[in-house]
Design a protein around this ligand. Structure first.
Ligand SMILES: Nc1ncnc2c1ncn2[C@@H]1O[C@H](COP(=O)(O)OP(=O)(O)OC[C@H]2O[C@@H]([n+]3cccc(C(=O)O)c3)[C@H](O)[C@@H]2O)[C@@H](O)[C@H]1O
Ligand SMILES: Nc1ncnc2c1ncn2[C@@H]1O[C@H](COP(=O)(O)OP(=O)(O)OP(=O)(O)O)[C@@H](O)[C@H]1O
Ligand SMILES: NC(=O)CC[C@H](N)C(=O)O
Length: 590
């Protein structure tokens, strides 16, 4: 057997900040060199960040990506790191290297091998994901080559992210070509329980390729996506050897015992098993195995429990949205209810209570506990607070313009939205919007009122999960959470009956079914895309099915105007679910 020490750079790049990402690559490679690594693997499109969406359609952006890659190769060498091979993702364009069947100049989701100041070889993702949040047919053409480089006597193949998720392609070619190790840069966004799917996938693909597999995933927030890291190393039988932590950067260093290769070098076409041909390009960096050394123990990070996982995703998403968009602070309206309480808590855990500003805005219908529960949260967490009563402002509106019923009720929410935006303009705070997924689904929010804002941390969290996460946070903490107090959320905010307090004695259940019933139905309709007949067959009350489907369908226009927020479920309102606003299709229940 031949030994190799691999460093998995589970990093948090910033989309579009190529210079900072390149600096980071140097720092992390130096760290890997100091830890004796023989190879460093960065994430998919690390130099550009992922996803870059329509930026890849700009020639200037693709040029900059390629230029940065070539500069960083030279810089590694200048800084004495050239002998350590680096695999890194970036954006390239077809036609630079000899390839077949690709339109010249079209963008590629590429990965390169850097060694001794050179870009030694380039490859690109073969399978392009085009479902859920991904639409890579819009951006990229598929790669059709698989580099296999010999490193200290081991043949190492490179595949990119989705290549692992589809049958055939680079995994099957790596197997046919007798690779001793398959390294895979990834940008795989988080959703609940995806870590279990990934582990099973890595194990299965390692068995198919017949070699060890190194899976390196991005970490960090990017608009409505959050990446959890959770990088994985398995051996050729699929057994887990090492695993990085979730939602944190980490340089995971692992010693592997691998099969040495005898294959000849050159360029060979292989049947990819998916109706295509992939050309294997074999090259040699170093033929001799390293002298035997005692392997270091490989860490296997403990898994977060399901609530810790979701909560950590939301915290990281807020932290990165704030930092990467250049904000110093956030502001939100605190009602004493559970949605704004949880949003404030996530924000304070993300950026620290002293950078979270809350505004308590009682109206003439606000209950006493609205103010006292909000004040109790302020006391427990130490967030910055202000009270701005809105009764007089609403009265002034009503004096000037004759509104009744719902139109009059909505003025309260709109006055609050206007106050938040005013304070945001004045002080530069990012406005956080507090709506949950059940409300977004049913259109239960006021346009330009409580739906105003810049980022919506819990928009993909159903109301029943809002309560679960709040209870969980009151009894658990995490190493990166910045609130010091225990039980940061007042119990009364968790236990009281939800109400929008837009008129005397109003309760959410006046217009909505109980949230336990509603969320089960929404899960089947929104997440699972069941039609009305299927919903009724699944046991949902037919009258409720008709009513809720209608609420969901007519609220599409509101959701399109809602701020972005982190995806944590398999289907979020955003990139995952794209429905027409102007839409006469109605599910029949007859
Ligand atoms: N297809 C379409 N495309 C574009 N715009 C469309 C539209 N259909 C209506 N609209 C516009 O939308 C307006 C209606 O929307 P909007 O003004 O928001 O008002 P609306 O949806 O009628 O009322 C707000 C609802 O949210 C509830 N709410 C409010 C505040 C807080 C909470 C809570 O608990 O969190 C709940 C409240 O009880 C009420 O059921 C129409 O007047 C029209 O201007
Ligand atoms: N008295 C208030 N003071 C400050 N903000 C308020 C007040 N009432 C409502 N809001 C804001 O409007 C949002 C919508 O709240 P509303 O009370 O209408 O229903 P909700 O969806 O149950 O939210 P919550 O659970 O936070 O009360 C709140 O999350 C909060 O940001
Ligand atoms: N960047 C990608 O190719 C990601 C797609 C993949 N199925 C994932 O979610 O992990």
């Amino acid at each position: 057997m031949a030994q190799l020490r691999i460093a998995l750079a589970q990093t948090n790049p910033t989309v579009g900040d190529l210079a900072a990402n390149a600096d980071r690559l140097i720092v992390w490679t130096r760290d890997a060199a100091e830890r004796g690594a023989h190879l460093v693997v960065f994430t998919e499109m690390f130099l550009t960040g992922y996803p870059v969406e329509d930026l890849v359609l700009r020639t200037s952006f693709v040029d900059a990506s390629i230029r940065t890659l070539e500069e960083v190769a030279r810089r590694l060498d200048r800084e004495g790191l050239g002998e350590l091979p680096v695999v890194v993702g970036y954006v390239d364009r077809a036609g630079l290297a000899p390839r077949t069947g690709q339109p010249k100049g079209a963008p590629l989701d590429a990965a390169a091998l850097l060694f001794k100041g050179e870009v030694v070889t380039r490859t690109a993702k073969h399978h392009l994901p085009n479902y859920g949040v991904f639409d890579e047919y819009r951006y990229f053409v598929r790669g059709d080559r698989l580099p296999v480089f010999r490193l200290h006597g081991v043949d190492v193949a490179i595949a990119v992210c989705e290549d692992l998720w589809q049958d055939g392609g680079p995994v099957s070619v790596a197997g046919q070509a007798g690779a001793g190790l398959l390294v895979v840069p990834n940008a795989s966004p988080y959703e609940k329980e995806k870590d279990d799917v990934r582990l099973e996938l890595c194990a299965r693909r390692a068995r198919e390729a017949g070699c060890a597999l190194v899976y390196v995933n991005q970490v960090g927030g990017q608009d409505e996506l959050v990446f959890d890291g959770d990088s994985i190393v398995v051996d050729g039988s699929g057994e887990l050897l090492a695993r990085a932590g979730q939602f944190r950067e980490e340089l995971l260093v692992v010693d592997l015992d691998l099969s040495p290769s005898q294959a000849e070098t050159g360029t060979f076409p292989y049947d990819a098993g998916d109706g295509t041909t992939i050309t294997v390009e074999r090259l040699v960096l170093s033929a001799d195995p390293v002298a035997s050394y005692p392997p270091a123990p490989a860490p296997i990070a403990e898994r977060l429990d399901p609530h810790a996982e979701v909560y950590s995703a939301l915290v990281l998403a807020v932290r990165d949205y704030v930092a990467k968009n250049g904000f110093e602070s956030v502001i939100l309206a605190l009602s004493g209810g559970i949605d704004s309480a949880l949003t404030a808590t996530i924000a304070a855990d993300a950026i620290g209570p002293s950078r979270v500003h809350v505004v308590l805005m009682p109206s003439r219908y606000s209950s006493d506990h609205s103010l006292t529960d909000a004040q109790e949260l302020v006391r427990r967490q130490g967030v910055r607070s202000a009270i701005v009563p809105i009764a007089e402002i609403v009265n002034a509106y009503e004096k000037e313009i004759d509104l009744s019923g719902l139109a009059a009720e909505n003025i309260q929410a709109r006055v609050r939205g206007m106050i938040l935006m005013g304070l945001s303009n004045e002080h530069g705070h990012l406005v956080l919007t507090t709506g949950n997924k059940s409300e977004l689904a049913t259109g239960y929010s006021t346009l330009y009122g409580d739906s105003a804002g810049g980022f919506a941390p819990i928009k993909d969290v159903p109301k029943t999960m809002v309560w679960e996460l709040s209870r969980w946070r009151n009894t658990h903490s995490g190493p990166s959470f910045l609130i010091e107090a225990e039980r940061p959320i007042p119990e009364n905010s968790i236990t009281k009956e939800p109400s929008a307090e837009l008129r005397p004695g109003q309760r959410d259940t006046d217009s909505l079914p109980p949230y336990e019933v509603l969320d089960r139905l929404l899960d089947d309709y929104v997440e699972k895309d069941m039609g009305s007949q299927e919903l009724i067959a699944a046991g949902h009350d037919p009258e409720l099915v008709t009513r809720v489907i209608r609420l969901v369908d007519v609220a599409e226009y509101k959701r399109r105007q809602y701020p972005p927020g982190p995806k944590i479920t398999p289907k979020n309102f955003g990139r995952d679910r794209r429905l027409p606003i102007t839409n006469r299709w109605r599910e029949s229940t007859g």
